[in-house]
Design a protein around this ligand. Structure first.
Ligand code: FE2
Length: 317
């Protein structure tokens, strides 16, 4: 693993991020794979449970009930009515139960990372369950927020000291993947590189400061955590099939920036990891035959007006 001791001032913005990330990794069960990327090995039982629940959810979202784990990778997805151009599988009232089961399996894994609750600050809710087809969705062409363009999640208005949590679950995980970039000259990094933009292409000068790092190929059974200063893109190697993955933003209590999230993202954060169905449940408010609901702007989440997180009263149990 490269060390920046020789090349960075101790108070450079990048160095501060590297040191903070190391402190975080040291206090968890994570394995570092670069200065700002680490992995969590998921227990086999929890990974199987997530796979089964996401496959079941996917069948409901697409109304394609013959899809199994064995034929998912090469299946054509005909019904994209409840899938956003970037591949998010949108929760609807007809499959609220399957959605909650998938959330339950996912957040159970997240809880294992934050056994030390004093590390955890907040998360963006809900996690995205995302389909990326082997043949890119034509609706996504020419979109400025196409995740195939190298980007930081801070560019869509998230507070810039967050971490991206990426968890590949089903399908062609090694060829239909998240591709990480590494910085060419860490000393040049400035926090303004992470400012929000209307289109990822508005940060082309920042993108030019990074190069692809193809030594990191995400593997099944692992969750990948990267600092927001790590640029990434969704990427298809030749012949890639479909995949489903989970992605979301997390913040730890060790904050290093005072940049606020975009006002259109307010109320999309929660301050404890939800225990579904024990203490939390997500009501899905919109039918599968209706549009997803309105969004104030591209900074808002697609579920903004279509779900409600309910905290159960102790008397419900
Ligand atoms: Fe991203």
């Amino acid at each position: 693993m490269e060390t920046f001791d020789m090349v960075l001032n101790h108070d450079s913005p990048y160095r501060i991020r590297v040191e903070r990330f190391k402190n975080f990794v040291d206090r968890t069960n994570l394995t570092p794979i670069s200065d700002l990327i680490a992995t969590h090995r998921i227990s086999e039982k929890k990974f199987s449970s997530l796979k089964a629940s996401l496959l079941s959810y996917f069948r409901k979202v697409t109304n394609q009930h013959s899809i199994e784990e064995s034929n998912f990778e090469s299946s054509e997805v005909f019904n994209t009515k409840n899938i956003t151009p970037n591949g998010a599988l949108v929760p609807k009232s007809e499959y609220e139960v399957e959605y909650n089961e998938a959330l339950s399996a996912y957040y159970s894994i997240i809880s294992d990372i934050f056994e030390d609750k004093s590390l955890f600050c907040k998360l963006h809710f809900p996690v995205n369950f995302r389909l990326k087809t082997g043949i890119p969705d034509p609706r996504n062409e020419n979109r400025g927020l196409n995740t195939a363009i190298p980007h930081s999640d801070a560019w869509v208005g998230e507070e810039s000291d967050g971490f991206n949590f990426y968890l590949p679950v089903l399908g062609d995980i090694s060829r239909n993947r998240l591709r990480y970039y590494e910085i060419e000259e860490a000393e040049l990094f400035g926090e303004d590189w992470l400012s929000p933009v209307a289109s990822y292409n508005d940060h082309l000068e920042v993108i030019k400061q990074y190069r692809p790092n193809d030594s990191i190929i995400p593997k099944p059974g692992f969750l990948y955590i990267s600092d927001f200063s790590i640029i990434h893109q969704t990427f298809l190697d030749t012949g890639a099939g479909n995949r489903i993955s989970c992605d979301s933003g997390y913040w730890i209590t060790d904050r290093i920036t005072e940049v606020q999230d975009h006002e259109d993202r307010r109320n999309e954060y929660i301050f404890s990891i939800p225990q579904i169905p024990e203490t939390h449940w997500v009501d899905c408010l919109v039918s599968e035959n209706s549009p997803h609901g309105s969004k104030p702007s591209h900074f808002s989440h697609y579920t903004k007006s279509s779900i409600r997180l309910v905290t159960k009263d102790a008397t419900d149990k």
